[in-house]
Ligand binder design. Structure first.
Ligand SMILES: [Zn+2]
Length: 512
């Protein structure tokens, strides 16, 4: 099944026809899992099963169902499908354990795929430890309004803080207008209506997201799944360079104040700064410092004119904030130096700053244990040929690497108010994403589902989690704690205030 606004490629953007159709399909899948399901005013699709335990917190699962234009099938959607399959798998496992399989009502005959429909009361009675709440987030990519995390910020209760209602799409329509027309935002004060969409952080035990890695690390290491230790912080700058426009034929080379040549020198200087080895005063490799100039504009942009004005974006990310701040400081110094030497006027605007977010050590620990425990489920779910084809899948599950996410995810927005979060990354071919070439092996999808089902079973229904394989679990805890400790220590060092920020409403694309 492919739900897209375009033929021959994949595109689902905020409140487009395909976006709405996808929401309806997800809502139905949620109901089939025994969830009470609904679509909220910004287009998030919710599914919830309340535990029979009075006052139990809910484990929040989520990912996004929008895509970029000409996107891939797995970015976002994988987390929703795996989440739903894991919930269903966990409920069925618990049913088998209790000998309750005969409590399932007769299944619809047309379900030839073996899809089982679980009634809500039965689902609820199986959750003895905690509730489960799955959200398929709307508009994570920010294609229509150029502002990411719309859905997850609504759930976190931070939409208003980010001033997102005033954002306008290409046709000039504001988000507030769209929500009034399409989303059923009726309250005269949108603040009240939006506040009602936020989940109470006290009602949530943790947030868990499964996502494709969108990078090459897992594939390079030959491992199907990884656990995310944190999401890199990010600084986005816009550098404007003002030179002197002139005739390409008549102005001598000496004395030119060429804005494009200055920008070119800066682009190379920025790359050098972020690739500098540690032995040469650069950041250690494990800090995942990356700097990118991805957009460049020049004026007037003609072959016979010396450029008078150039502007370019700089995107700086790192696992630890002090490393990122140091890189930005050095970068600002380089801009000053190069511009002074070339006699051009430069100005740097700080467009966006997001602190690194760390995963919860306990979630990391339990998730690592759950990955190691996925083997029996995989042995039952996959055929011998599939296991053979997957080349060492089972062995790969016994080694769970901890990774840093360089891309922003809904988890980042959720963590603003619900601090206990964790993510599982799934290997993708060539690390390719935001492309029709995005691909995840079906066996890896099954592996992530089995791991998440183990996690849910342990947290919600009293299945075994870290106790079944004490040695492996202890090792995972040690590995995870070491990485988290290191990251926390680095954060503590960050006593010095970050450089002054020229604040603008961060209604810019924060991701990707
Ligand atoms: Zn995504």
């Amino acid at each position: 099944m492919q739900i897209s606004d375009t033929e021959g490629s994949l595109a689902r953007t905020f409140f487009s026809p395909a976006h709405r159709r996808a929401a309806e399909v997800i809502k139905q899948w949620m109901s089939d899992c025994g969830m009470e399901s609904w679509v909220d005013a910004v287009g998030n699709v919710h599914g919830r099963i309340r535990s029979i335990r009075e006052g139990a917190q809910a484990l929040l699962l989520g990912s996004h169902y929008d895509t970029v234009l000409d996107g891939g099938a797995y970015d976002g959607a994988l987390g929703i499908v795996v989440g739903l399959a894991a919930v269903k798998g966990m409920l069925l496992t618990e049913m088998v354990q209790r000998g309750w399989v005969d409590r399932l009502p007769p299944q619809p005959a047309e379900d030839k795929d073996g899809d089982i429909v679980i009634p809500p009361t039965l689902a609820s009675s199986l959750l003895t430890l905690g509730s489960v709440h799955l959200v398929a987030f709307t508009d994570e990519e920010g294609v229509r309004f150029q502002s990411t995390f719309l859905g997850s910020r609504a759930v976190a209760g931070t939409l208003f803080k980010y001033n997102m209602l005033a954002s306008r799409d290409a046709s000039g329509t504001s988000l507030e207008q769209v929500l009034r027309q399409e989303g059923g935002l009726t309250d005269t004060d949108p603040r009240v209506a939006l506040a009602a969409l936020a989940l109470d952080p006290a009602s949530i035990s943790e947030y868990v997201e499964v996502h494709i890695e969108q990078g090459p690390v897992l594939e390079q290491r030959g491992l199907p799944l990884g656990v995310v230790v944190g999401i890199a912080g990010q600084t986005r700058l816009w550098v404007g360079v003002n030179g002197t426009q002139g005739h390409a034929g008549t102005v001598p080379m000496r004395g030119r104040r060429d804005a494009l040549a200055a920008a070119a020198e800066l682009v190379v200087a920025i790359e050098a700064l972020c690739t500098q080895p540690e032995s040469d005063g650069g950041a250690p490799e494990e800090e995942n410092l990356v700097c990118t100039v991805g957009e460049l504009k020049l004026w007037p942009g003609a072959s016979n004119v010396i450029s008078g004005h150039t502007g370019f974006s700089v995107d700086v990310r790192s696992k630890t904030d002090p490393v990122r701040h140091t890189a930005v400081d050095r970068l600002l110094a380089a801009v000053e130096r190069v511009c002074a030497r070339r006699g051009v006027a430069c100005r740097v605007d700080r467009k966006h700053d997001a602190a690194a977010v760390l995963s919860d050590p306990r979630v990391i620990e339990n998730m690592s244990a759950a990955v190691r425990m996925a083997e029996p489920i995989l042995l039952a779910a996959l055929t011998a040929e599939e296991l053979e084809r997957s080349c060492g899948l089972l062995k790969g599950l016994q080694s769970v690497p901890v990774l840093v996410s360089g891309a922003g995810h809904d988890a980042m927005a959720i963590a603003e108010t619900i601090p206990k979060m964790g993510m599982m990354f799934v290997r993708c071919r060539g690390g390719v994403s935001h492309s029709p070439l995005e691909y995840v092996e079906p066996e890896d999808v099954t592996a992530s589902t089995a791991a998440l089902a183990s996690y849910l079973w342990g947290r919600l229904a009293g299945g075994m989690l870290s106790n079944t394989q004490p040695e492996a679990a202890a090792e995972a805890v040690e590995e995870a704690e070491a990485v988290v400790e290191e990251a926390v220590a680095a954060e503590a060092v960050e006593a010095a205030p970050s450089p002054p920020v020229e604040t603008e409403a961060p209604a810019v694309r924060d991701e990707l």
